[in-house]
Design a protein. Structure first.
Length: 197
C-alpha cells in the first residue's frame, strides 16, 4: 500500500474532479472528518446509509412549535348553517415549506342522551386576517348521524404555504334536532404543530 501526502488536490483541467472508479470504497478512519465550508453544497444523488450513525443539527422533520387553544363550557346548535364553536388556535409558520398538524381532542360530546341528534364538524382557517374559510370538506368534515356521548380525537395535516399567521377554528352544524356540544366543566383542545420541511 502506498501513501500520498499533499495539501490540496485540484482538477488538471476544468472544474470537475473524479475520485476513484465505480465500485470503489473510500474509508475515513475513526476521528476523521469531512468539513463542508459555509456556502458550499454537498450534492447527493445516490443512497445515504445512516445505519449506526448519530445524526445531529438537522431541522428537517422536526417539530418547530406547538400551540393550542382550549374551550370549556356548554353550547347548543340548532341550525343547518355552520357555527363557530369558539375553539381555535393561531400559529405562524416559520417557513412556507412547513406543514401544520392539527389535532382536535376532548372527553366527549353530549346530545342529551336520546340518540336522536346529529352533528357535523368542519375545520376552518383564517390566513393573515383574510377571514374564515372552510378547509376541503372531504378532508376535514366528520359527520355523526346519531350519537349520545362519544369521546373523540381528530387529526388533519395542512400545507398552508405561507408564513402569515393562521387561525384554525372548529365549526359545527346540526343534522337533526338541537345538538349540545362541549360539556360543562370539561376542557377541549385544538392543537397546532409545525413540522419543519
Amino acid at each position: 500500500m502506498s501513501e500520498v501526502k499533499t495539501n490540496k488536490i485540484s482538477p488538471r483541467s476544468g472544474t470537475a474532479f473524479t475520485l476513484g472508479d465505480s465500485g470503489d470504497t473510500f474509508s475515513i478512519p475513526s476521528g476523521g472528518e469531512i468539513d463542508i465550508a459555509s456556502g458550499a453544497t454537498l450534492d447527493i444523488n445516490g443512497t445515504v446509509d445512516f445505519a449506526g450513525a448519530t445524526v445531529s443539527n438537522l431541522s428537517a422533520g422536526k417539530i418547530g412549535q406547538v400551540l393550542f387553544g382550549t374551550k370549556t363550557g356548554s353550547n347548543t346548535v340548532t341550525t343547518a348553517a355552520y357555527v363557530d364553536t369558539g375553539l381555535n388556535v393561531t400559529i405562524t409558520p416559520s417557513a412556507t415549506s412547513s406543514k401544520i398538524i392539527l389535532m382536535l381532542n376532548g372527553p366527549d360530546w353530549d346530545s342529551a342522551g336520546d340518540g336522536s341528534r346529529g352533528l357535523v364538524q368542519k375545520f376552518y382557517k383564517n390566513v393573515g386576517g383574510a377571514g374564515d374559510a372552510a378547509i376541503d370538506a372531504s378532508l376535514t368534515e366528520y359527520r355523526w348521524p346519531y350519537f349520545s356521548i362519544i369521546p373523540y380525537c381528530r387529526t388533519y395535516i395542512d400545507s398552508p404555504s405561507t408564513t402569515s399567521a393562521i387561525e384554525y377554528s372548529l365549526y359545527v352544524q346540526a343534522v337533526t334536532n338541537t345538538v349540545y356540544y362541549f360539556r360543562d366543566g370539561r376542557t377541549y383542545q385544538l392543537i397546532a404543530m409545525e413540522v419543519l420541511a
